[in-house]
Ligand binder design. Structure first.
Ligand code: FEO
Length: 172
């Protein structure tokens, strides 16, 4: 059985992951509007991953006979000055999620809730990967700057790396 405190903390994380979904989708919409279909597809795919993270927590709460309590999502950002700013925001967002996951793990250990600590290990590993992939894109973008052909190449590259369903608009 989950403690009340752990249940509330896991529900807050569900909300954070759905907010991440919304934020990445908004970033994707921004790039669609600008004609960068590769960046748009990549971020849309990332948004579906965030939805998956939220649902993984949702399922765990139910599995432990906790109660899922969904809360409102905030308005995501919709405007960015340039391409680099979008990915800088994405990296900041991932760092916030990582800090939140780490606090959840700390709580699980404090409460000697070993099942939750074990469950959360997947998220700890996932965050290492998530920060690394966003950071890699950001490094490439910083190198390219505003150089049009470079941005065109990176856009194509990210589009090619993205599973087809995100690029064709059939992502679920
Ligand atoms: Fe679910 Fe990208 O953190």
């Amino acid at each position: 059985m989950l403690s009340e405190k752990m249940q509330a903390a896991l529900n807050a994380q569900v909300n954070m992951e759905f907010n991440a979904f919304y934020t990445y989708l908004s970033m994707s919409a921004h790039f669609e509007n600008q004609g960068f279909r590769g960046f748009a597809a990549w971020l849309r795919h990332h948004a579906t991953e965030e939805n998956g993270h939220a649902m993984k927590l949702y399922d765990y709460l139910n599995e432990r006979r906790g109660k899922v309590t969904l809360k409102a999502l905030g308005d995501p950002p919709t405007e960015w000055a340039d391409t680099v700013s979008v990915f800088e925001d994405a990296l900041k967002h991932e760092q916030k999620v990582t800090a939140s996951i780490n606090r959840l793990v700390d709580l699980a250990y404090e409460e000697r809730d070993h099942a939750t600590a074990s469950f959360l290990q997947w998220f700890v590993d996932e965050q290492v990967e998530e920060e690394a992939i966003v950071d890699a894109v950001l490094n490439d973008l910083r190198r390219v700057g505003d150089f049009g052909p470079g941005l065109f190449m990176l856009d194509n590259q990210l589009g090619a790396q993205t599973p087809a369903e995100a690029a064709t608009g059939d992502a679920t």
